[in-house]
Structures are given as C-alpha cells and as structure tokens.
Design a protein around this ligand. Structure first.
Ligand code: 5GP
Length: 193
C-alpha cells in the first residue's frame, strides 16, 4: 500500500536493530484518515472471502481493525491482555509473548463473541515473530471458528512471523513489508496488496 509506505518513510523511526516506531500515526497518536484507507484496502481484498468477524488484540490493533470492520460492515472484537473482573462467563484464553514488552501475558476473549459459525479475519498493527497472531488463532480455534487470514499493517519480513503462520497453513496479507533496516533506513520488499 503505497500511501502507507510513504508514511512509514516520512514518519517512522528505526530504533536499534529491529523496532520501527510509528507512534505518530499508528501505535499512539492515530491518523484516522490513514486508518480509513487501510480499512478500505483490506475490505476490498477480503470482500468475497465470506468473513463474518474481525478480531484483533489490544491496544494497537484496535485502530486499524475497527476501520476494516466498518468497511466490511462486520463486528470487531479485540482480545484483552489483562484479567478483567467483568469477564465472568466463558472465557477463551491463550498465552502470548509480547515482542515489544518482553513479557508473557494471558490474552482472552469472551466465548460469546466468537462462535463455530464464524470465519475470522485477524488484523494487527505489526507482525514480528507471530506470537500475537498465534495466540489469536489459538483462541479462535478453541471457539470452533475458522481463520480466513491474518491481515497485517506493517510486517517485518526479516523476522519469523510470516513463516510460522504460513507453516500452519494461514494466509498472511500485509500492507507494508519491511525487508531490512539499513543505516537506520527502512528497506521495503513487495507488499501483498
Ligand atoms: P509478534 O507477536 O508478531 O512477535 O509481535 C507483534 C506485536 O508486537 C504487535 O502487536 C506489536 O504491538 C508489537 N510489535 C512488534 N514489532 C514491533 C515494532 O517494530 N514496532 C512496534 N511499534 N510494535 C511492534
């Protein structure tokens, strides 16, 4: 997605060896116009895929996921990272190791929000080693639902996430794919859409 690549070049900051900071438009301050375009691009790609629900994980997946859901006219559910006393009924959980926070947390979705009739599109802001997506797939599978695909805003293709997910037969569709960081600059490889 050219608009996204241009924005990454303009406002993204490479931190250390493998982190891209995009807090001015995606992970902290959110550019809703860009999110809206992201929503349209994913929706156009998946409009005939029979998707019934969009699922993401808090916090930074929520912004793109809500616009994808709006564009497809579908509900959006996000997995919660902290235990919540209001979640009293059936809860589906998975362990997720966070790449940026370097802690393992239990993520959960109330079972009433995913059924065996659902075909789910997972959306997340970043794909690094694939742990967040893997946890969501585990939860969706526990619910007896199907995963249609994983849609990613920024994929770091030099990490293992795509390989891990594709090995499990999951279709990964990324709007921007980073091949490498060279001298603090982002180098792209061909994105999926
Ligand atoms: P994974 O589970 O694929 O290893 O990592 C994905 C999660 O880690 C994303 O949901 C995102 O929140 C965070 N993440 C991974 N890499 C980066 C990065 O380079 N920059 C930012 N801002 N977040 C990242």
């Amino acid at each position: 997605m050219k608009l996204l690549e241009e924005r990454i070049l303009k406002d993204g900051q490479v931190l250390g060896e493998n982190i891209l900071k995009v807090d001015s438009f995606l992970t902290h301050q959110v550019d809703y116009q860009l999110m809206k375009e992201i929503g349209k691009v994913f929706a156009d790609h998946f409009k005939n895929a029979g998707i019934t629900k969009v699922v993401t994980i808090e916090a930074s997946g929520i912004a793109p996921a809500i616009y994808v859901a709006e564009s497809l006219g579908l509900p959006m559910v996000f997995a919660k990272k902290a235990k919540n006393i209001t979640m009293t009924e059936g809860i589906l959980t998975a362990e997720v190791y966070s790449f940026t926070k370097q802690v393992t947390s239990q993520v959960s979705i109330a079972s009433k929000f995913i059924s065996q009739d659902d075909k789910v599109l997972i959306i997340d802001d970043f794909l690094a080693n694939g742990q967040a997506a893997k946890g969501l797939i585990e939860i969706i599978t526990q619910a007896g639902a199907k995963v249609a695909a994983v849609g990613i805003v920024v994929e770091k293709s030099f990490q293992d996430g795509r390989e891990l997910l594709e090995k499990e037969g999951v279709n990964v569709v990324s709007l921007a794919r980073l091949a490498a960081f060279e001298n603090g600059q982002v180098v792209f490889t061909q994105a999926d859409i």
